[in-house]
Design a protein around this ligand. Structure first.
Ligand code: SME
Length: 172
C-alpha cells in the first residue's frame, strides 16, 4: 500500500473501507487461487479479514452440516456458538433465504443469537458453489452499532463468490 494504512479503523469512511477490501481481496486471491481445502480457505479468509478491519470483532464461518443446520467453522474472536439451526438467528436467515443479512441493530432482529453480549451489529453473507449449493455463511459481528454498509456488503459478496469457487474442486 502506498501512503494509506490498509487497516480500516472503527467508523471507517467508505474510501478507507474500499482500500482495505481491495488490499485483502488481492492478497487472498494471490494466496488461495490454487487452494481448495475448505478449512485452509476459511481459516485464511477469517484471519485476513479480522485483522484488516478494526470494527470486525468476530469474524468466521458457519458451515452447512446435516439437514438445515449450521456448525461453527474457522473463526477469529471470542467463543462462537457451536450449532445454529436454519430457523434461528441472523446466520439462519442468511442460510434460509440465501441472501445477505445486513443488521445495523441486532437487538431489533427477532431471533438474533447473542453468542457475545457485546455484539451490536452484523453482516452475514451466504457462500455458495458456482452450482448454487450453499456451503457456509460468512458471519461478521461488530461491537459498534451500524458498523456495516453497502461497501462492506459489496466486497464481502464478491469475496463469498470467490470462496465458493476456491472451495469447489475442479472437475477431473
Ligand atoms: N450472530 C449470529 C450468531 C453467531 S455469533 O454471534 C458468533 C446469529 O444471530 O446468527
Amino acid at each position: 500500500m502506498s501512503g494509506m494504512d490498509a487497516t480500516a479503523p472503527r467508523q471507517a469512511t467508505d474510501a478507507q473501507r474500499e482500500v482495505s477490501y481491495c488490499d485483502v481481496v488481492e492478497r487472498l486471491t494471490l494466496m488461495l487461487a490454487s487452494e481448495s481445502d475448505p478449512v485452509l480457505v476459511m481459516a485464511t479468509v477469517a484471519c485476513e479479514l479480522h485483522h484488516a478491519f478494526d470494527y470486525y470483532d468476530w469474524t468466521g464461518f458457519y458451515r452447512v452440516v446435516g439437514d438445515r443446520s449450521l456448525s461453527v467453522g474457522p473463526y477469529q474472536g471470542t467463543h462462537g456458538c457451536l450449532h445454529i439451526p436454519f430457523d434461528r438467528g441472523v446466520c439462519g436467515a442468511a442460510a434460509t433465504t440465501m441472501t445477505t443479512q445486513l443488521v445495523p441493530d441486532v437487538h431489533a432482529f427477532e431471533g438474533h443469537i447473542a453468542c457475545s453480549s457485546s455484539t451490536r451489529s452484523e453482516i452475514v453473507v451466504p457462500v455458495c458453489r458456482p452450482t448454487g449449493e450453499l456451503l457456509a455463511v460468512l458471519d461478521v459481528d461488530s461491537d459498534d452499532p451500524a458498523s456495516f454498509n453497502a461497501v462492506d456488503q459489496r466486497w464481502l459478496e464478491l469475496l463469498a463468490d470467490r470462496l465458493g469457487r476456491w472451495m469447489t474442486p475442479a472437475a477431473s
